[in-house]
Design a protein around this ligand. Structure first.
Ligand code: FES
Length: 111
């Protein structure tokens, strides 16, 4: 319809408590509404990406941090913690979820 802008609706859900979030330099697995998420802490800043590596579904939340990336524990594919774009190999990616902290809760937008 003319003049009607299609707006993306956000759906913020609780991922975990701030106290349960990983410490700087660490990653963890968490779940929100049945979605398995890798939550990373880089320099005190939290971010969230899909937990399942597109290679063979390795659990990224059991991997580790290298610079700004989460490294898959199975074969070493590496994804930028904020964008989900793979640094190695190029051309791959996982979904990245907008994240915000509200009070004692870590929320992500799963829409
Ligand atoms: S499953 Fe992640 S690199 Fe192979």
């Amino acid at each position: 319809m003319e003049g009607v802008e299609e707006k993306r609706l956000a759906k913020w859900v609780r991922l975990c408590g701030v106290a349960e979030a990983p410490a700087p330099g660490e990653v963890a697995e968490a779940e929100a509404e049945g979605i398995s998420v890798c939550i990373a802490n880089i320099g005190g800043e939290l971010s969230a990406i899909d937990n399942w590596c597109p290679h063979r579904r390795g659990p990224l939340g059991q991997g580790w941090i290298e610079r700004d990336c989460v490294v898959c524990p199975w074969h070493g594919w590496s994804f930028h913690a904020k964008t989900g774009v793979a640094v190695s190999p190029e051309g791959e990616r996982v979904e990245a979820f907008p994240l915000r902290v509200e009070g004692a809760d870590v929320l992500i937008d799963i829409e």
